[in-house]
Design a protein around this ligand. Sequence first.
Ligand SMILES: [Fe+2]
Length: 165
Amino acid sequence: MKELLDPDLIQFAEKLQLPEIVVDTKDMPWVPFDEKTCHFKPVRFDFTTGTWTYLFKIKPNQVLTRHRHTGGNVIGFNLKGQWRYAERDWVATPGTFIFEPPGDIHTLITEAEEVITLFTLGGSLQYFDEENQIVGQDDIFSVYKKYCDFYLENGLTMNPNLLGK
Ligand SMILES: [Fe+2]
């Protein structure tokens, strides 16, 4: 029977392919995302695509700032708690997968329990006020800076694996 994978090709690929990345989040501290409502544990920053992945934790009974995704991959997988978007009629529970298309605008609302969701995001999040004026923005650079600033301020060692080189 013919081998499914050519050993020569495997050896050739091993010279080129990137190393796998394993990040254990258990002992990582939660990094403040904003003043008081959200924290995150980053697991990957990809500066070639502007895409990052993090565990995102939100306190109970919060209404986050309405935001728009400018484009790029935005997917979520809810792990803990329940949340919804004010503009939609579904509720994310543990096990819910979410795809947020480019241009999507929504306002995340948590209920009585803390929320933890794994998100992969690309592009920017533009935050709006009541008059639809942009009042802030996040992207891979601002999120990476929050992570760097927090680790430096607290004398923590940053994990080079998060950059996935
Ligand atoms: Fe969003």
